[in-house]
Design a protein around this ligand. Structure first.
Ligand SMILES: [Fe+2]
Ligand SMILES: [Fe+2]
Length: 219
């Protein structure tokens, strides 16, 4: 059985992930480094575990979560699709059964807001884990004058965390935003599509999606 540790210690995965970080640094895009990969892997796993899904399904979510941004090594544009194909080859060679590979690559190929869709529990978990990783530490630029709105929204996010309540069947994203950096309206302007994708992902897991910003329930 291919475990998360096998994927993390695979030398080819290691090289490709390092290159993603290096290439995205040249365009000063928000970080997609090991820390983001670990965060999404851990949270994807936890979401399914908290909602009582089987252990192996949660581990596949962790593997997909870890590799979800690997396609950035090819190009930022449509990195979900290129990443899915890269993961297919890597996991094949590692000996993962086709059924499990399909689950992992569908989640990777469906994590982007433009074309993503929660096609499975694993895909839903990865969407929720990835989209909720909004944090000021991910902004690479130092000069605030060069910030895009997306940078500003991330920079304003002082804290973000996701909770899942198996009894209430509810997944809630909690955000602390510094409104002197970005208004709640600006947040919505940029993140509305992400939030709708999260809502559909939560619904796929038979949960309601809630969004709490600075203690106020927005959704
Ligand atoms: Fe991505
Ligand atoms: Fe990501």
């Amino acid at each position: 059985m291919v475990r998360l540790e096998d994927v993390q210690h695979n030398p080819e995965v290691e090289v490709l992930m390092k290159k993603v970080h290096e290439y995205l640094a040249t365009m000063l895009a928000i970080t997609h480094d090991e820390e983001h990969a670990h965060h999404v892997a851990k949270l994807s796993y936890r979401i399914l575990k908290m909602l009582d899904y089987p252990e192996r399904e949660a581990e596949l979510a962790a593997i997909a979560g870890y590799m979800h941004d690997i396609g950035n090594v090819v190009n930022r544009y449509e990195h979900g699709r290129s990443g899915a194909l890269i993961a297919f080859h890597l996991l094949m060679r590692m000996g993962m059964p086709a059924e499990e590979i399909a689950t992992v690559i569908a989640a990777i190929g469906n994590h982007e807001e433009r074309s993503g869709f929660a096609v499975s529990n694993v895909a839903a978990a990865v969407i929720l884990a990835d989209k909720s990783n909004v944090h000021y530490t991910r902004v690479r630029k130092e000069d605030e004058a060069t910030f895009t709105t997306r940078d500003r929204v991330n920079y304003a996010a002082r804290e973000s965390f996701l909770t899942a309540d198996p009894e209430k069947r509810e997944i809630v994203m909690n955000l602390e935003i510094d409104t002197s950096i970005c208004s709640v309206m600006e947040y919505f302007e940029i993140f509305m599509v992400k939030m709708l994708l999260c809502r559909r992902a939560a619904n796929f897991l038979n949960c309601r999606f809630g969004l709490v910003i600075n203690g106020n329930h927005m959704l």
